[in-house]
Design a protein. Sequence first.
Lengths: 210, 216
Amino acid sequence: MDGWVRAVRGMDESDAGLLAATARGDAEAFGRFYRRHERRVLGYAIARCANASDVADAVGETFLAALGAAGRFSDHGGDAVPWLLGIARRVLAHQRRSAARRQRLIRRLEALPSFSPAEADAVDAAVDAARLAPELAAALAMLRPRDQELLRLVGRDGLSPAQAGAVLNMNPNTARIRLSRARARVKDLLAAAGEPEPAGQRREESDVQP
Amino acid sequence: MFNRDDDPALPDTPAFSRDMEQALASAARGTTSRRPSPAARLRRPAIAGLAAASAVVAIGAGIGIDHALGGRPASKSQGSSHTPGGAGAQLASFSVDRAANGTVTVTLYSNHAPDAAALRRALAGAGVPALVTVGRVCFEPGPVSGLGQVLSRPPHVPFGTAVVTITPSAIPSGSELSFGYFFLPGGKGGGIHVTIVPDHAHLTCRKDPPFGPRPR
């Protein structure tokens, strides 16, 4: 036990450190990385998937892809969340783009678990609860897809504008400017439709002044 | 940095988290399941004829499901009909036994979902190429040829188990079995859905068998 404790004390527990250890073959390091970020990816998937089964697949495929790419992680300020959500975004895009590819993934990842029945019910309920109000969904649909995702990453997933930009391969200034314009556009669309601006959008307003 | 780990909108999923962590640790150690290479798969003449699309047997108190095999619901006797064979592999939630005549018997025990990778490896070791899924069943919509030749069910099945006997030599060339473990509603156990799928089929996967559990 003493040896184990010493080994942990000597380990770099930053995201970059855990991923570097993973790339060297330390399975326990990836377990800690998974525990640290699982719920962030779960929340991301719940907000974008149609049902619990898709959420389970998205979470599993995201972390498996992260495992395969651990050695290529470059330290984004020590925080792997934008990198991880960027992977999740690509996983979901591939799922939508190619059902055949998804089937191949399912077959390759057959050992990945799914939710228990009770968990699946709870996740399905969360998926339903995460659906946008029709008016807001209609307003967002008027934006370009990357601007929609920018708003979601900041307003729903809790990323800073710079982090959201990293997910979308935008530089921070571009992300802030596009975010501000997207918010203004949504605000105008909601006003034109006679709807108040969503509280979650107002809350972030002070963060996005270019 | 935002930390939304305590977001009340996120459901608790402890079983999923535990299983996923184990699966990822297994993958990180390089022990993830690998599908058998095409060369290692059985090459058999195609079986003509049309059989039922799939077979379903269930394990659960008071519920027996038996489609397509013409068998009867699980008898309520205690004990196990498990008889280890030469290539038998006894694991926590299932057993796979290969008999001298080449047939392979798979037994699933009540209240324990099998480990998909372990069951797939055990089946592969017994000469049965298979896709194994837990919590969802995967199949190719439409009729399936040859299932009646591949699957059979013993006349006596101990209560709390699901048993399927497979004839590997009858699996059509370029195909494999899809084993899907599904959960019965209300925590009444689980069941296994078995069908034949072509190697490169576009599969449909869902939580329940295609014709749904049928209480009897």
